[in-house]
Write a protein of this length. Structure first.
Length: 345
């Protein structure tokens, strides 16, 4: 099948490649409709690696996807041919200790699309376990279905935060994951979310959502904005979603005593972490790695109308324009939030 292949660092091609096509008894085959361009896909393209995951051989990119079931395995009872679906891209070992504990996202054996050496889904058809394939309600589009994967990261962050209704949250970083974390925090019960960044265009997009207050840190002190909003008390939850080491400077000054810090962004270098400041406030610190048990909840929120991710879709490219889509994503244009690739007209 034709696929968008990362041949090596900095080199993409749209070409035929042999991919698994056999449908097992618990699998489904899906005709891919829409795939989102994720920052990790772009990082593999521009850098050839993320941490210990190194591109050593050609790899198909893409892991944020939605499509239509075209074949079902003999033991599948939950899905039928013709169902519109989105797919959770990580396949754990269901017999592992992590899976039995309900934290299958940190299973050391998990096989995740477009993470070396596992192929992704920027190709017309894929085979996937039915257990990690989710039916889309009629009022949820394929484009929205392809947004479930990044939104699930925000959902995981909100879940880890243990939000109490009425909480005030701060999100540092207004990229796609930062905005989705802010939206998920509101859906999870926060009364308001302050989101901070350097990019005015992205802050303007986030500010369209009721309950989200953008703060441009080139013009306004984030600490001052938080203290003004909380009468000097501090935020109940602080989400770090930028991955910038600078974000950790005085981060506990944003938080109320006994508040929570949720680490979502992944720094590419070590950060300075003020342990005494965290102890003095008895801060609770949580971390986020992908997601677990949140895909169906994310689908339900979008179907209910309580969450609208459509404003975050900046542009859509045809499959034949996949390389151009990645070249644009690599530029990191400030007005771009989420680019998508459509394989079906």
């Amino acid at each position: 099948m034709k696929a968008l292949v990362l041949e090596r660092k900095g080199e993409l091609s749209l070409r035929d490649i042999e991919l698994p096509s056999k449908v097992g008894p618990t699998d489904v085959k899906i005709a891919i409709h829409t795939v989102g361009v994720c920052g990790s896909d772009v990082h593999y393209y521009t850098h050839g690696a993320i941490g210990a995951f190194v591109v050593r051989e050609p790899m198909v990119l893409g892991h944020e996807a939605a499509g239509t079931v075209i074949e079902v395995g003999s033991n599948v009872r939950t899905l039928r041919v013709g169902d519109r679906v989105c797919m959770e891209p990580g396949i754990p070992n269901m017999e592992s200790r992590a899976s039995k504990l309900g934290i299958y996202n940190v299973d050391p054996d998990v096989r995740f699309w477009a993470t070396p050496p596992i192929h992704g889904v920027l190709t017309p058809e894929v085979v996937h376990p039915a257990a990690f394939t989710y039916k889309l309600p009629d009022n949820v589009s394929f484009a929205e279905g392809a947004m479930i994967e990044p939104f699930a990261v925000g959902m995981q962050a909100a879940t880890r935060a243990r939000i109490t209704p009425g909480d005030v949250a701060v999100v540092i970083g207004c990229g796609p994951i930062g905005i989705m974390t802010a939206i998920a925090a509101l859906a999870g019960g926060c009364s308001r979310v302050i989101i901070a960044d350097l990019s005015a265009p992205k802050l303007n997009i986030a500010g369209q959502y009721a309950g989200i207050t953008p703060v441009n840190i080139t013009q306004t002190s984030l600490r001052d904005a938080v203290m003004n909003a909380t009468d000097g008390w501090g935020a109940d939850v602080v989400f770090e979603a930028s991955g910038s080491p600078k974000a950790y400077q005085d981060i506990f000054d944003l938080m109320r005593p006994g508040g929570a810090l949720v680490l979502v962004g992944l720094p590419i270098e070590p950060v300075n972490f003020d342990v005494p400041a965290s102890i003095f406030k008895e801060a609770r610190i949580e971390t986020v790695f992908r997601y677990a048990n949140n895909f169906d909840r994310a689908v339900n929120l979008i179907a209910s109308g309580k969450v609208d991710l459509k404003p975050l879709i900046t542009d859509t490219f045809d499959f034949s324009e996949s390389i151009a889509a990645f070249e644009r994503a690599a530029k990191g244009l400030p007005e771009d939030v989420k680019l998508q690739i459509r394989l079906v007209d």
